[in-house]
Structures are given as structure tokens and as C-alpha cells.
Design a binder for this molecule. Structure first.
Ligand code: CTP
Ligand code: MG
Length: 324
């Protein structure tokens, strides 16, 4: 039997991962560039919108074989991320490699059955494999082991591979490229708060930055929908929340729809952006209106003074987040 020891994975080869659901195949596969990985789950999702839709398996396998064939014709290194515990699943893969004169390496992801089962519990419903399925996949993996060489594979075990270093290298490269691209436009914090996907929609506005020399206002704009945000720094929220900088989103004033002031609330994530756009943040207790102050201030005032008439005359709370 031919067994591989790191780092002898041929550059131009096909790598077939073998293991039951929950073994860690996709986690291992992610250590290679995404373009080199053919994931059966991803292709099920591509054809049916649901990675867990077992009825879509046959079509997803068709697509997988087609892409594999095209990649092999270019002698591209390819990883197959699927259970591959049956000979029927493996045979067309090894045949494609042979047709193109490339070695086929079987990587057995031999995770203990109890670990594979335990991991199912942590997954969303549509990605959870039933216990009997995982058991039989595990059993089939163990039995495959003796047959792989005869089928034409070279054999390696996942736990003999050294994949952390290339994984970190790849992540670091992607991150460094992103930072270089964004750095000159002051987008480092935008990326950190909201993720790189938001960057193409982000536009710094001319205006308050010049007037105050401090805050910058930006828009996230796509078609008819947009959000206005401002960069804030030097805010220490009453000592218990030690945030030195961040972003506020512009919301309607929670007290008076006619209010001429601006109401800002802090946002820390894309989830907050989504809430702001859909109105779920309109009653946020952290909103500070440049006319009304914080909701707490208004409540306190109402409790202490029954005269609601002079609401607009409320002392606004001085706050760094306020700009107008
Ligand atoms: N996992 C882990 N340590 C590893 C590998 C995986 O803790 N060395 C965890 C992952 O965080 C993941 C779970 O195990 O939540 C399952 O791993 P995954 O790669 O998704 O398993 P697959 O073999 O791809 O399962 P499936 O066939 O169902 O896609
Ligand atoms: Mg997987």
C-alpha cells in the first residue's frame, strides 16, 4: 500500500477527502484556496438553494464531475469535499484523474465516531446528518481504507498533514491585500466593524469633517436605499463601556417626527446596520438627538416635570457623538 507522509502531495493532483459527516472535511478543505475546492454541499446549494437538500445530490454530483473534468484538463490541483465513503462515489473521481494522467490522493479524515456524532448537535437543522447515517458513513470509511490502493489512490491521513501554516499564510495574504487597498481611504475601521463586503458601498461625504475637524460622515448607498453614518471617537460611555471610537447611524428622532435635529445611535455590526435600515433601532435607548438628548433624559424630565410643553427646550446633553 502506498501511504503518503507530508509534504509529498503532488502539485498537479486530485485530492479526495474521505470521512463521515462531522469528520472535519470542510474545515480541512478551507485551508486550500476556495477555487481549488469542489464542495458537494456548496454545489447542492448552487442547484437548489439548500446545501442540505438530499434530493439535489444527483444534480450536484453531475455538476461536480463536470467542473472536475474541466479542471483536470488544465492540470489544476483540486480537492473534493464530500463524504466519498463509497466506491461508487470515488470511482468516477479516480477515473477522471487517470484520464488526465494525474495522481489521485485519498485523504482519510479518520475522526472518531463519537466526535462526528457530537458535532452534529451543534449544526443548523438542514446540515445535521441523522445518527444512523453518520454511523454507517463511519463504518464505510473504515472499510474503504483497505480498498483505496486497489482503486488507484495514494493514501494519506488528514492528521498527518501540515495545513495550519498554509492556511494562516493564505488568510494573512488576503488580509494584507485588503488592508493595503482600504488603508489609504480610511476604511480600516469600517472593515473591522462591518466586514469587507460593505466597503464597495461606503462613501465618505464631504462636510462635517471640514467643519468640525473631527467627525466624518459617510453613506452606505445601494439604489433607492441608504444609511447615513458618522465616525465618532473619544467617547467613553459612562466609564463602563470603554469604546474609544466607533460609528453612529442617523435615525429618525424618536420623540418628534417633525424634529429638525439629528438622532444618532451607535452601531457595532452589520446586524445593527440591518436593524437601523428596517426601523428596529428607532427606539434604541442609546439614540442621542441633537435637540432632545437621550431617551433617558426625556423620561427623567417627564417624571420630574409634568409640563410637557417645553420639551423642545430641554437641555441637550453634551456628547461627543452629537454633531450638527
Ligand atoms: N472541527 C473541529 N476541529 C477540527 C475540524 C473540525 O473542531 N480539526 C469542527 C468544526 O468547527 C465543525 C465541525 O467540526 O464545526 C464539523 O467539521 P466540518 O469540517 O464541517 O465536517 P465535515 O466533514 O465537512 O462534515 P459534512 O460532511 O457534514 O460537511
Ligand atoms: Mg462539510
Amino acid at each position: 500500500m502506498t501511504e503518503l507522509i507530508y509534504p509529498q502531495i503532488p502539485e498537479h493532483s486530485l485530492m479526495v477527502l474521505i470521512g463521515p459527516s462531522g469528520a472535519g472535511k470542510s474545515t480541512l478543505a478551507r485551508t486550500w484556496p476556495a477555487s481549488q475546492v469542489l464542495s458537494l454541499d456548496a454545489l447542492r446549494e448552487a442547484v437548489s438553494d439548500d446545501a442540505g437538500d438530499q434530493d439535489a445530490t444527483a444534480e450536484a454530483v453531475d455538476v461536480l464531475h463536470l467542473i472536475l473534468e474541466r479542471r483536470m484538463a488544465r492540470r489544476r490541483f483540486t480537492v473534493i469535499d464530500a463524504t466519498n465513503v463509497t466506491r461508487a462515489a470515488r470511482q468516477p473521481l479516480v477515473a477522471a484523474a487517470k484520464r488526465h494522467n494525474m495522481p489521485a490522493v485519498a485523504v482519510v479524515v479518520a475522526t472518531p465516531l463519537d466526535v462526528c456524532l457530537e458535532r452534529q448537535g451543534l449544526r443548523p437543522d438542514n446540515q445535521r446528518a441523522p445518527e444512523d447515517v453518520v454511523r454507517s458513513q463511519h463504518h464505510a470509511m473504515v472499510h474503504s481504507h483497505q480498498r483505496l490502493a486497489a482503486e488507484g489512490f495514494t493514501i494519506a491521513f488528514a492528521d498527518t498533514l501540515y495545513r495550519l501554516e498554509p492556511f494562516l499564510k493564505q488568510l494573512s495574504q488576503t488580509r494584507e491585500d485588503g488592508l493595503r487597498r482600504d488603508g489609504s481611504e480610511g476604511l480600516l475601521l469600517v472593515r473591522r466593524f462591518f466586514g469587507p463586503e460593505i466597503l464597495p458601498l461606503w462613501r465618505w461625504q464631504p462636510g462635517p469633517a471640514q467643519r468640525t475637524g473631527r467627525d466624518r460622515v459617510a453613506e452606505i448607498c445601494l439604489g433607492q436605499q441608504h444609511l447615513t453614518l458618522a465616525f465618532r471617537h473619544g467617547v467613553d460611555n459612562e466609564g463602563d463601556f470603554d469604546f474609544d471610537f466607533g460609528f453612529d447611524v442617523l435615525l429618525p428622532c424618536p420623540f418628534d417626527p417633525e424634529c429638525a435635529g439629528q438622532a444618532w445611535a451607535p452601531v457595532y455590526s452589520v446586524t445593527d446596520l440591518h436593524k437601523a435600515l428596517t426601523g428596529l433601532m428607532d427606539k434604541d435607548p442609546d439614540i442621542i438627538c441633537t435637540v432632545h438628548g437621550r431617551p433617558d433624559d426625556v423620561d427623567d424630565h417627564e417624571a420630574a416635570d409634568d409640563d410637557h410643553e417645553d420639551r423642545t427646550g430641554l437641555q441637550t446633553q453634551p456628547a461627543d457623538a452629537v454633531r450638527a
